[in-house]
Design a protein around this ligand. Structure first.
Ligand SMILES: [Zn+2]
Ligand SMILES: [Zn+2]
Length: 324
């Protein structure tokens, strides 16, 4: 018995089609290769990467310089060796619409320890990571010609991570993403803030997974993939720059709790998480979406952008809480 569900306020749909999966499969990670000392993100391998643009160490923010790399760090931001966009992009001539691929592509190494994953990080480390996110997004957004900073994490090969050592990425780009512009149009034509309404509604619903002082984690009504989770601030805030230390700490705890639930109760599933925020649009409502990767996007989804999800979010929430 399936249902076609519409997104809370966008013209997006998903088909919730349970039946084939009554219980969560407990996923096992693909056999991890032995932590090899060839991993360039590990402590001690600092000279194998480009110079770090920001190194967080004992409460200070340092930088690498030629011939002097910061060691014994807590978190380390380095330019991506294979950047999608780069600051030295040159002019291109074409009679079609084209602009230089100007921008920045940075990797945030979240821990010096190869074997650590998000559930292993302490509250202090999660708070520091949120602070790093805030600093780096604001750093790039303050630059000329940068219109948007995409902040995301790929964990696991199936989710697009090419290196196992846990890390996030950001791409600072000279255009605004159309998906957010479309969403902003829908928000502008909505009476009030749709996300504030979602917070209000879902904080009392069966889809509420976790809650702390400042944030909610929900399994959204129109979940595109099994175990999708959204993290929303309870108080309307459009951008990570609006969070104080206490709110950053709550955000870190919310992410940690969501991923620990996935890890401990479902399995070591590859996932992506993406930040959605608009610095110049106070009507936007900051949110973070976590999408575990358990299925492949196939012809139907590519053809229609309607996703088939075999795991109802009302069931997923129980499984994520270890209640099955
Ligand atoms: Zn490593
Ligand atoms: Zn809002």
């Amino acid at each position: 018995m399936s249902e076609i569900r519409k997104h809370y306020f966008l013209d997006e749909y998903c088909i919730i089609a349970p039946g084939r999966s009554k219980r969560p499969s407990v996923f096992k990670a693909e056999k991890k290769e032995e932590a090899s000392n060839k991993c360039v993100f590990c402590a001690g391998e600092e000279d194998k990467t480009p110079l770090a643009t920001a190194v967080y160490k004992n409460g200070s923010i340092l930088k690498d310089s030629e011939g002097s790399r910061v060691t014994r760090w807590d978190m380390r931001c380095i330019p991506n060796l294979y950047p999608a966009l780069a600051p030295d992009a040159s002019e291109v001539n074409s009679d079609l619409d084209v602009t230089p691929g100007y921008g920045f592509h940075e990797v945030i190494v979240e821990t010096p320890l190869h074997e650590n994953v998000t559930p292993d990080l302490s509250d202090e480390e999660m708070t520091l990571l949120m602070k790093v996110y805030q600093d780096r997004v604001m750093h790039y957004e303050s630059m000329d010609k940068i219109e948007y900073v995409s902040l995301f994490k790929n964990w696991g090969e199936k989710a697009g991570a090419s290196l196992e050592h846990t890390h996030s990425q950001l791409i600072a780009m000279p255009i605004k993403p159309p998906v957010l512009m479309e969403e902003m149009k829908a928000i502008d034509s909505y009476s009030g803030c749709p996300y504030c309404d979602i917070v209000e509604k879902e904080s009392k619903s069966e889809r509420l997974l976790y809650e702390n002082e400042h944030f909610l984690v929900i399994t959204p009504y129109c979940s595109k993939v099994p175990y999708e989770m959204w993290i929303l601030p309870k108080v309307h805030t459009n951008h990570i720059s609006g969070f104080d230390q206490d709110q950053l700490s709550s955000l870190g705890k919310a992410i940690h709790s969501a991923l620990s639930g996935l890890w401990n109760n479902i399995g070591e599933i590859p996932y992506n998480y993406m930040f959605y925020q608009l610095r110049d649009e106070t009507g936007y409502h900051f949110n973070l979406k976590i999408q575990p990767v358990t299925t492949k996007t196939a012809g139907f989804e590519k053809n229609t952008e309607v996703f088939i999800n075999t795991m109802p979010p009302e069931t997923a929430v129980n499984y994520l809480q270890g209640d099955f």
